[in-house]
Design a protein around this ligand. Sequence first.
Ligand code: 5GP
Ligand code: MG
Length: 183
Amino acid sequence: MSQQVSGVLSNLERVLLDADEIQARVAALGQTVGADFAGNELTVVVLLDGALFFVADLVRQIDLPVRLYSLTVSSYHGGMVSTGQVEMAPKFPFDLKGRHVLLVDDILDTGLTLSSVIDKLQEAGPPASLKTAVLLRKDRQREREVAADYVGFDIADEFVVGYGMDYQGHYRNLPCIGILNPS
Ligand code: 5GP
Ligand code: MG
């Protein structure tokens, strides 16, 4: 068993964030969110697939009534560079009018994904409040400026995998976040 995990890990050039660091930071974020929304019900909307593990760990640290919805959004299509085209369902599949919404994504990169989802969500009817949480925020120029209200870690502009994030469908199951070997 451990043989297999080290097999996947051996494809990393280096580990950027280890499992313990991620868990500790996500727990602290969840507790902050819980305190900020105290007394309210929170509607969490997660962008899949990348934020799957992040949201699972995050919501379990939020001590409030939570509704959880997911949207499948894609802009990378398997490569290492954003295509700039954000693909998602044409209509918002649930009603967020009047709700306190926390939009959760794995990475804030160009900003196109979060800004497209925010536009669509506002069009569908304004929530009572709208905040965003990202596990990682890349240090780069954004194509669309998006203010992330909750950020796990600020990182350099490098392609990362692990803890839900993939390269061509692989590496999501790594417990840490790392940089792939160039090969
Ligand atoms: P944006 O729309 O802000 O450019 O990119 C956001 C999406 O691109 C993220 O939700 C994530 O799915 C994907 N993405 C951005 N950077 C990376 C990266 O370094 N690794 C992986 N696996 N996905 C990324
Ligand atoms: Mg994503």
